[in-house]
Design a protein around this ligand. Structure first.
Ligand code: UDP
Length: 368
């Protein structure tokens, strides 16, 4: 599941009587069913794989017929609900008109950052205008994402910031024992935990490794949205820099928190602004030192750098320096890491997120 899907899974724990309309089956459908929701799947054949955020209008034409069918289904599903909650851009764009047609209020949980690094100008404007016209509330996970929405033309008075929240159960065993169980090497070891995509910046960490002799790195995650070519270039890059034996590609994992607890530091190297970054909060909760690029929400989450080292994007030298410092003097970072965990527990728990969203949805329902 993507980060936005994991957020939805955690959010709906508090909505057992709801209905989920999904475009396809899979792990998300299973998770929502397990949470007690009634699942309604789009009609078979409503394959939206041609609809990516970067698709040109011309290439989207063949899917228009299927879109019309979907819109019809969505309108039917929305009619039976008090509030419709769209958890992705695709969901919002597809639900905007059908929900309007049947007169149901639409809340858009915008998990992306609507800025120039991620979207073309026309896409930003269309999304912001459609939100102004069709969404009664737009939920974003950070001030950075709120600002980007407003800059794109979205109405400030429609936006509510609800930071993502998650719970993590710590494994009580020491890192060395976890490493042995996970088959990870002894010695200096850091980790990157994100789907593989150019803007997530795994390549920058591989470059950084070349500057820190003896340091190994686990690269956890896979290409979830078709970025397979990038995934392949990471291996080539590691070979070209002579660090192949120090980069361990672990693929997609379901035990990220335990892996985080087993490493000496977590690097969050995104080269473009992050709308939030669940992995940052997971690292804080895991009690591991964090090095993150100062783009998007990282600074909000890490309290301006007080709770983790912030470095400029695309600067392997700065990542290398930050990691060397942490590895050379781990005791100097212990207090910061403890405070980071405290802050994550206080601000980024799942219950707080559920409560905030439940309150918002009840408010919307009451006004409808
Ligand atoms: N994740 C995972 N397995 C992996 C890689 C990542 O479960 O192999 C999880 C990670 O722990 C985090 C989420 O995927 O909870 C990614 O969320 P984030 O907000 O960091 O990034 P997004 O992918 O939404 O841009």
């Amino acid at each position: 599941m993507s980060g936005a899907e994991l957020v939805l899974r955690d959010v709906v724990g508090a909505w057992p009587d709801s209905q989920a309309f999904l475009f396809e089956g899979g792990p998300l459908a299973d998770a929502l069913r397990e949470a007690g929701l009634t699942i309604r799947l789009a009609a078979p054949g409503a394959d939206l794989s041609g609809l990516r955020r970067d698709v040109s209008p011309l290439h989207a034409l063949p899917v228009l017929g299927r879109l019309a069918r979907l819109a019809w289904d969505l309108a039917g599903a929305a009619r039976g609900c008090d509030v419709v909650y769209a958890n992705s851009q695709k969901a919002f764009l597809l639900a905007a008109l059908p929900t309007r047609l049947v007169g149901r209020p639409l809340v858009w949980h915008l998990h992306d950052i609507l800025d120039g690094a991620h979207f073309g100008r026309a896409q930003r404007i269309i999304q912001a205008r459609l939100a102004n016209a069709c969404a009664v509330r737009v939920v974003v996970p950070s001030r950075a994402a709120a600002e980007a929405f407003v800059q794109a033309g979205g109405r400030r008075d429609r936006v509510t910031v609800v930071p993502n929240g998650l719970d993590l159960t710590l494994d009580p065993r020491p890192a060395a024992e976890l490493r042995a169980e996970l088959g990870l090497p002894v010695g200096p070891l850091v980790g990157v935990f994100s789907r593989l995509a150019p803007w997530k910046g795994q390549d920058v960490v591989i470059e950084a490794l070349a500057a820190v002799p003896g340091l190994r790195c686990v690269v956890v995650g896979s290409a979830l949205f078709g970025e397979d070519a990038y995934a392949a270039t990471l291996r080539d890059l590691a070979a070209a820099r002579g660090v192949s034996d120090r980069v361990l590609f672990l693929g997609q994992r379901s035990d990220v928190p335990r892996l985080m607890q087993a490493v000496d530091a977590v690097v969050h190297p995104s080269v473009d602004p992050e709308p939030f970054g669940r992995t940052l909060v997971e690292a804080m909760l895991a009690g591991v030192p964090v090095v993150a690029t100062d783009a998007g929400a990282s600074s909000e989450i890490l309290d301006g750098g007080a709770l983790g080292t912030l470095v400029p994007p695309r600067r392997p030298d700065r990542i290398a320096a930050a990691l060397s410092e942490i590895l050379d003097r781990p005791e100097a970072f212990a207090e910061r890491t403890r405070l980071a965990r405290e802050r994550a527990l206080a601000r980024y728990g799942a219950a707080r997120m559920q409560d905030d969203l439940a309150a918002l949805i009840h408010q919307v329902a009451a006004r409808a």
